[in-house]
Design a protein around this ligand. Structure first.
Ligand code: FAD
Length: 536
């Protein structure tokens, strides 16, 4: 059961807070990620506040951590939650598990439906990609032309691309530091393979219709559509399936051993968790791999389409400034491609699609649905303010936009403060992206570069090592000169390490205690003088 509450309205309506809340019996489960500082803060607050206002907590607060295994957290919590609910409300549990489908299948025979009433990849409105109408947003993305798509690495076995998207006809505006969301298309080979493995006709037109007629969500994705379109545009087929999907697959196995295996992985026992970890997570098996390796499992494709999560757009930190490039948005993306323990090669959906869609002479430019998402990652209003930017790898992306913006301001006669960049990669001659541009900026006095090439010498050197040596400078910029500090890139390790170094600089060079240093950073954050644009 999902309950969505508009919190400001909920707590704002004073009349509600009296007798109604006191009658409320409630339970809260938060969905969060431990790499973020305010981990599950809303859920924790809601749980506490409801109790303060007189509501009765039916079962203890549950917290899910998407950095580990959020589904596991939920199932572990849910297993204790239901008995607590049954006890509280005097309900006798039958102990039987019932699998109920939320959506009903309707297959449209050829001729039953006009071809122009069939969705072909639109996110919401039929024909929205053919007949484009602003304003563009998550439900109505703009179909942008890819005008430039080039490799940035000069060597090595990894790939990072620079992509330019033409937004000139879109009326979309962006600022340096914003994100662009890209809607990907799944690999057609995997789509075909799923068709083969399920024995389905991918060109069949179908609709999935919610059995709950009251629900505002009539379909899991735009319907009617073909299975090919659903698998290409609407569902994640390369993500690692969660345990509830494995539980549903049990029903489609003809082999008892296969049933047992899937059932075990779907349970919350130590043995089940260990098998899920090794068979799915460690082996990086997606739904295609599972059906290949458990051959007696033949699910109905419409049910799979219902179970698989909706294909999400991927965000990219825009690596250009609208001052220099008002008509294009630049992306700097590292291509996801890795070998799995089963000998397969897994590829990232979006980065693979982008890498394969390069402009070619004599052919129409490739196009991709996108929209701009505003961010809080902003340059200081005053150009004179000094800034420190820490962005190893593709963490450089938004800082390329920042540097363009500040170089533009300087070229237009504005006084521009110091711009200090910490960039790191493996090898100077392989993955030092935008080397020419950065060196030119340095020659012009637009940036002070601090470079860490981790594998160019015996001992590994990362940006954090450079920062540790520059404690005086860090404190001088953020403590004495009112400067801004920015981090972009890997949320898991780098952002935490950098924050700890800044905390240390505040203590050692700014003469603060540990708790004062924490407060100091918090104040900088609230004033948008310490900002992170990180992902994991
Ligand atoms: C706000 C924000 C800004 C971002 N900015 C950028 C940016 O500027 N540049 C950029 O390149 N990315 C950026 N990203 C990440 C980007 O959104 C995508 O997540 C990334 O490009 C991968 O997308 P994909 O569809 O190609 O891969 P997906 O199909 O989503 O696959 C990625 C998944 O594959 C798995 N995986 C990857 N490598 C391995 C491995 N070696 N072993 C096992 N599993 C693995 C992981 O589970 C990973 O989540 C940003 C993310 C956010 C949230």
């Amino acid at each position: 059961m999902n309950i969505f509450i508009n919190l400001p309205r909920f707590f704002g309506q004073r009349r509600l807070l009296g007798s109604t809340i006191r009658k409320l019996r409630c339970v809260v489960f938060g969905l969060g990620n431990k790499t973020y500082e305010h981990y599950n803060a809303v859920a924790i607050y809601l749980d506490k506040r409801l109790e303060e206002l007189g509501a009765t907590r039916v079962y203890e607060l549950g917290l899910g951590d998407d950095d580990a295994n959020i589904e596991d957290d939920f199932i572990t919590w849910k297993d204790k939650f239901w008995p607590a609910v049954c006890e509280k409300f005097n309900i006798e549990s039958t102990g039987e598990e019932e699998l109920i489908r939320q959506f009903r299948l309707v297959t449209h025979a050829p001729g039953d439906i006009q071809p122009n009433n069939v969705f072909t990849g639109e996110i919401a409105r039929l024909h929205s990609l053919q007949v484009q109408r602003p304003p563009y947003d998550a439900k109505n993305p703009f179909l942008a032309q890819i005008t430039v798509n080039r490799e940035l690495h000069k060597g090595g076995d990894r790939s990072c691309i620079h992509v330019e998207l033409d937004i000139s006809d879109s009326k979309m505006r962006y600022e340096a530091g914003d994100h662009v969301a890209v809607y990907p298309i799944n690999d057609s080979n995997l789509v075909e393979r799923l068709g083969q493995l399920t024995g389905a006709n991918l060109d069949e037109i179908f609709s999935l219709i919610n059995t709950d007629q009251e629900s505002s969500k009539k379909h899991p994705f735009p319907c009617p559509t073909s299975y090919r379109t659903a698998l290409s545009h609407y569902v994640e087929i390369t993500a690692l399936p969660r345990t509830h999907i494995l539980r549903e697959l049990v029903e489609y196995c003809s082999d008892e051993e296969d049933k047992k295996k899937l059932m075990l992985m779907a349970t919350n026992s130590q043995e089940g968790k260990a098998l899920y970890q090794s068979f799915i997570v460690d082996a990086c098996r997606n739904i295609v791999h599972i059906l290949e390796d458990i051959p007696s499992c033949k699910p109905h494709l419409d049910h799979l389409c219902e179970l698989l999560p909706r294909l999400q757009p991927r965000y990219y930190s825009i690596s250009s400034s609208p001052k220099m490039y008002p008509e294009t948005v630049h992306i700097t993306a590292v291509i996801v491609k890795y070998k799995t323990p089963t000998g397969r090669v897994n590829k990232g959906v979006t980065t693979t699609w982008l890498a394969e869609n390069k402009p070619e002479p004599g052919k129409p430019l490739p196009r991709v649905p996108v929209y701009i998402r505003k961010s809080q990652f902003r340059l200081p209003l005053q150009t004179q303010t000094p800034i420190i930017m820490v962005g190893p790898g593709t963490g450089l992306a938004p800082f390329r936009g920042f540097l363009q913006e500040r170089a533009f301001a300087r070229a237009n006669g504005k006084e521009v403060g110091e711009s200090i960049l910490y960039f790191g990669c493996r090898h100077r001659d392989q993955d030092f992206i935008y080397q020419d541009e950065l060196e030119k900026y340095e020659q012009n006095g637009d940036v002070k570069l601090n470079l860490a090439f981790s594998r160019d010498q015996k001992e590994k050197v990362y940006v954090t090592h450079l920062l540790e040596k520059d404690m005086d400078l860090l404190w001088d910029v953020i403590g004495n000169r009112n400067g801004h500090f920015y981090i972009c890139g890997d949320a898991k390790n780098m952002a935490v390490d950098v924050r700890n170094i800044v905390l240390k600089a505040i203590q050692d060079k700014g003469g603060r205690t540990e708790s004062e240093a924490v407060q100091f950073i918090k104040k900088l954050e609230s004033m948008k003088k310490y900002s992170a644009d990180v992902w994991s």
